[in-house]
Design a protein around this ligand. Structure first.
Ligand code: 28G
Length: 658
């Protein structure tokens, strides 16, 4: 064997045959060439030791035998990992009756896989294989096994037993394995130490990936340098699993769909299961993190291919159903732009490629994942067609963008002369042309985020404007032109202002001013109306400028909810819609940004259900104009608000049947 596999001496006192070769090798090659086993001797390699041991404990949990793992970092670079699983068997090993199974596991190298090009996989059935490597590279390792109400202990140094397997007596409420070890400074040098934040993050991601486990983290407080980031103690348990993980990863970024799509499925014949949580982000970079038996697979692999196929095929089929021909263009690339997703696969013996194990190669994974996800994706798309159509439009947009880019590369400079410049904050609609399209002007990024989620992205574009725009009534033309928010607005509209106004270049059929239902919102609406009135009167004359009417109150009683625009409206609704003695719950919306997107859509943006007001020029234009400007720009915001309300009812705006 030594001659066959790297010149190692065979383990003394053992007889071997070809069939035994895989399990017979001692640990000498690990200490001689650590890089071959843990990828080097640097900080990453050091942390590899921790992940091997924690992964073994995770294996025991994922297999359903443990539900708690404790990870403790002690001063002096000691790491302690304990699980409440079955405990590594301690009975004599069938092949080497003089040694316990525990000792064989901790002192022999499963080398066959290594040299045949497969990784020595830890997680996924090859229980305890990595722990011998860790043992070999540890100055000392102390193992405790609680099994059959007995506690067993044994210690090793540099991979060699320094005590016998000892029976430490009876234990009542304990079962499982504990491994306490200190990496060998002869291998890693005297300066390298475990980093609390790295270990903590690792533990947290494991807890997210397997909701069936609780990980108790503890760390000697003197080791923590970044106090705020890494706690000295934590109980990590996430019943929401991947959904929680995704939510923590995307933080508050706006999704194209109102909530991530999450699901799980078990494969037939006990072949394992898959979990996922995915969404698409309005802006910012996406990511796709995949795992097999909680091991990260940054290079993807067969499970990832399954996810891609399920999503592309599912979305294209949905497009076909909706008679949307453009859906045919969608590729996986379009779907994964802005995509934020996690996929976690559990199968019995996952195969990984290469020593770094960062790609899954198990061929069956693709079909299993694709079938499970495709089935549920179809249901999900059918379950909420409005959301699905939005997603479809988003992906079509990406596909057309990609095709446009390619075309531009292929026909250089031809069409570049009349290139359209659009503001970065604009979330444009997919549909081109004026017919049926709308531009919503909203105040601030928060309301902008809600509006982007609530819109129909095929026909509705959103432009968030920051803060109060310039007071248009008093600003000079130069100052007007220099104002970034107004510049963005004009750019988005495409039609130019003043002498350069060209109605033919207008990019939307309607402009909708959508501000909060409060005094500040009314002021901004007034400023914008004045801007249109002064700088783009043609749009007003053509009846293209509108006011949205977001509700200020929700009135609820006995499962009935009605929305009210303002205080007066609230009183009216209370009288008209509810009985005098009825207890009505009244909630006030703080602003559009606080409103759930579904509600914003339902009450304010959905053409089928909203009430838009159209801004029109006063009938007696000359007489009213001065009044209008005066009232809009007066000192008291209340006055402006009243003006808008009054005129919404009477002169300057008229109700519109959308
Ligand atoms: C604390 C830190 C890391 C572990 C177990 C449990 C078993 C085991 C580990 O068996 C040998 C080879 C295949 C069965 C399995 C116990 C079956 C029955 C185990 C760990 C025997 C390895 N009873 N828990 N290894 N197998 N935890 N935690 O390493 O045939 S390793």
């Amino acid at each position: 064997m030594s001659d066959l596999f790297g010149g190692q001496a065979a383990k003394p006192g053992t007889s071997y045959s070809a069939a035994d070769i895989e399990v017979l090798e001692g640990l000498e090659p690990v200490r001689k060439r650590p890089g071959m086993y843990i990828g080097g001797t640097d900080e990453n390699a050091l942390h590899h030791l921790a992940s091997e041991i924690i992964d073994n404990a995770m294996d025991e949990a994922v297999a359903g035998h443990a539900d708690r793992i404790e990870v403790t970092l002690e001063a002096g670079n000691w790491l302690v990992v304990r699980d409440n699983g079955r405990g590594i068997p301690v009975d004599p090993h069938p092949k080497f009756p003089k040694q316990s199974a525990l000792e064989v596991i901790l002192t022999t190298l499963h080398s066959g896989g290594k040299f045949s090009g497969k990784a020595y996989a830890t997680s996924g059935g090859l229980h305890g294989v990595g722990s011998s490597v860790v043992n070999a590279l540890s100055a000392r390792m102390e193992v405790e096994v609680a099994r059959d109400r007995q506690l067993f202990t044994q210690a090793y140094e540099q991979g060699k037993p320094v005590t016998k397997l000892l029976n430490a007596g009876a234990v009542q409420n304990r079962r499982g394995t504990q491994i306490r070890f200190r990496p060998d400074p002869e291998i890693f040098g005297t300066k390298l130490e475990f980093k609390p934040e790295r270990l903590f993050r690792f533990c947290r991601s494991k807890a997210y990936l397997y909701r069936g486990v609780e990980i108790r983290w503890a760390c000697d407080p003197t080791l923590i340098k970044d106090g705020a980031e890494t706690p000295a103690q934590a109980v990590l348990h996430f019943p929401g699993g991947l959904s929680d993980f995704l939510a923590s990863a995307i933080e508050k970024k706006t999704g194209v769909i109102p909530a991530p799509w999450a699901g799980e499925a078990s494969f037939p014949d006990d072949a394992g299961r898959v979990e996922w949580a995915v969404t698409w982000l309005e802006d910012g970079d996406g990511f796709l993190s995949t795992y097999a038996n909680t091991i990260p697979t940054p290079q993807g692999g067969t499970h990832e291919a399954g996810l891609r196929n399920a999503l592309v095929k599912g979305l294209r089929a949905f497009g076909e159903l909706k008679k949307e021909k453009r859906a045919e263009k969608i590729t996986a690339e379009d779907l994964l732009t802005g995509f934020a997703g996690m996929l976690s696969l559990f199968i019995r013996e996952p195969q990984f490629q290469g020593q770094t194990k960062d790609r899954l190669t198990s061929p069956e994974a693709q079909r299993l994942v694709e079938n499970a996800m495709r089935n549920q994706f179809d249901h999900w798309l059918a379950g909420d067609p409005a959301v699905a159509e939005n997603l479809l439009a988003f992906c079509i947009e990406r596909a057309e963008e990609r095709l446009r880019r390619r075309e531009q590369k292929e026909t250089p400079r031809k069409s570049a002369t009349r290139k359209l410049r659009l503001p970065g904050k604009l979330a444009d609609c997919a549909k081109e042309g004026v017919e049926g399209t709308e531009l919503f002007l909203v105040e601030g990024d928060s309301a902008g985020g809600s509006a982007k989620q609530a819109r129909n992205r095929d026909t509705q574009a959103v432009l968030p404007l920051r803060g109060k725009i310039l007071n248009v009534a008093s600003a000079s033309a130069d100052k007007l032109r220099a104002n970034q928010e107004l510049k963005d607005l004009v750019e988005a509209l495409g039609c130019g202002v003043g002498d350069r106004f060209d109605a033919a270049r207008l990019r939307y059929g309607r402009v909708v001013i959508m501000t909060d239902a409060d005094v500040d919102g009314a002021h901004i609406a007034a400023l914008l109306m004045t801007f249109f009135y002064k700088e783009l009167p043609q749009l007003v004359r053509d009846g293209r400028v509108h006011l949205a009417q977001p509700p200020l109150y929700r009135l609820q009683a006995n499962g009935k909810s009605i929305y009210a625009m303002d205080d007066a409206d609230k009183e009216r609704v209370l009288k008209r819609e509810f009985k005098a003695n009825q207890k009505v719950e009244v909630s006030r919306f703080k602003g559009l940004g606080e409103m759930p997107p579904a509600l914003l859509k339902e009450t304010t943006m959905d053409p089928k259900r909203r009430n838009l007001l159209r801004v029109v020029l006063p009938t007696d234009e000359r007489a009213k104009t001065a009044d209008l400007i005066e009232a809009l720009m007066g000192r008291k915001p209340e006055l402006r608000f009243r003006f808008i309300q009054d005129n919404a009812a009477k002169l300057d705006v008229e109700a519109l049947d959308a």
